[in-house]
Design a protein around this ligand. Structure first.
Ligand code: SOE
Length: 382
């Protein structure tokens, strides 16, 4: 099998997660790591035998022997890096959100299509086995007509007033933080699993701490709690909380909320879908479990067991029952499909593409517009 050569741009939380997951994908070799500080790229690469480190990503893009790149940098860098990578003929896998505006996201979608390059936005949470089970149950009609979609995405790593992360800074993250960072995961999953589109929404966003302290030292994602109070006090212009009422195609109704200041919730994406025949409930903090509700018979709690999964959901579980598959595994699943589509240009695309990332920017834009105008906003559907 010819090994596909790839590079990782970014050495933070996601850079490491991508690197570790790529080592579990057949026929792919990480040949370079790019970090704003060369030392961080060197230290990350050294531990994994990646010899080449660069401080300038363009050095990687000019290397014709590199087939693809992963963009794992702060959101504001996604667009320029993805555009340059596509122009250099690289297949691109970009972390979510795809960009910080609908316009720039639409431009890279167009560019990828014009150049017929494989392109993926890392809405990886779709790839938990039990999420795919929910999707396949809906596709088989097991839930009936979808009536209600509800849930949340709650974390608490930014609860402390001294907590800091680049996501708080709109110049690095874009105008929306919580909805852009985890709300995108939730709505991507809601539309992916239900097969329905959000047609209109009413959003309410809130900033709980109007100022925070930007530390003088670099802070990694999820290590915010350890930050001391020393540093520069800055005005916060990205939301700590978002709640959204929404309509979906076919008359379905929904509600969700997201926050990174929900004490005790560590990474809880909760998705509940209620249909005319049955309902399902899934919690990212208990990923191997799927609750199935029945109106006229006993409810069930399934524990991930490939022998009990729908045929089309089986390929998302690599391990037998009793062997849990979690956060790291979903990166392996999405990367496996991305690289299979590079290896075989005729193979089907079974992962979220940049057009799905653009969709999330459209929803985020509508949330900001609704919040600012305090009214319902229609969502244009492609
Ligand atoms: C922080 O909220 C974060 O790392 C997100 O950026 C990821 O996309 C999510 O998977 C886990 O939490």
């Amino acid at each position: 099998m010819k090994r596909i050569r790839t590079a990782i741009l970014g050495t933070g939380f996601m850079g490491r997660v991508h690197l570790e997951a790529l080592r579990r994908v057949e026929g792919v070799e990480v040949v370079a790591i790019v970090g704003r500080e060369l030392a961080s790229a060197q230290s990350l690469g050294a531990g994994f035998g990646v010899e080449r480190s660069e401080a300038d990503y363009r050095n990687v893009l000019s290397d014709a022997s590199i087939d693809a790149v992963h963009i794992c940098t702060p959101n504001a860098l996604h667009y320029p890096m993805a555009k340059d990578a596509l122009l250099a003929g690289k297949h691109v896998l970009c972390e979510k959100p795809l960009s910080t505006s609908v316009e720039t996201a639409a431009e890279i979608v167009r560019l990828a299509a014009e150049r017929n390059l494989r392109n993926c936005v890392c809405q990886n949470l779709r790839f938990y086995p039990m999420v795919q089970q929910m999707r396949r149950m809906r596709e088989d009609g097991d839930l009936g007509r979808i009536l209600i979609v509800q849930g949340n995405y709650l974390q608490d790593w930014l609860l402390d007033e001294t907590a800091w992360n680049w996501r708080i800074d709109s110049k690095a993250a874009g105008q929306s933080r919580t909805m852009g960072d985890v709300g995108t995961h939730w709505f991507d999953m809601a539309e992916h699993v239900t097969g329905l589109r959000v047609s209109s929404l009413c959003a309410d966003l809130q900033i709980f701490y109007p100022t925070r302290t930007r530390p003088t030292t670099k802070v990694e994602t999820f290590t915010a709690k350890a930050v001391t109070a020393s540093g520069e006090k800055v005005v916060v212009d990205t939301e700590d909380f978002g709640s959204v009422l929404f309509h979906m195609d076919g008359g379905a109704r929904g509600a969700m909320m997201a926050s990174q200041m929900a004490a005790g919730r560590k990474n809880q994406l909760k998705m509940e879908i209620y249909g005319t025949k049955a309902s399902v409930s899934w919690d990212q903090e208990r990923p191997d479990e799927l609750w199935v509700g029945h109106p006229d018979s006993a409810n069930h709690l399934y524990i991930k067991d490939p022998t009990l999964l729908k045929e089309q959901a089986k390929s998302y579980a690599d391990l037998p029952c009793g062997h849990s598959e979690g956060y790291d595994d979903v990166f392996k699943q999405i990367f496996r499909r991305f690289y299979a589509s590079i290896r075989d240009q005729g193979s089907p695309v079974e992962y979220p593409q940049m057009s799905d990332g653009l969709r999330q920017l459209v929803l985020m834009d509508a949330e900001l517009k609704s919040h600012r105008s305090r009214r319902w906003v229609d969502v244009e559907n492609p």
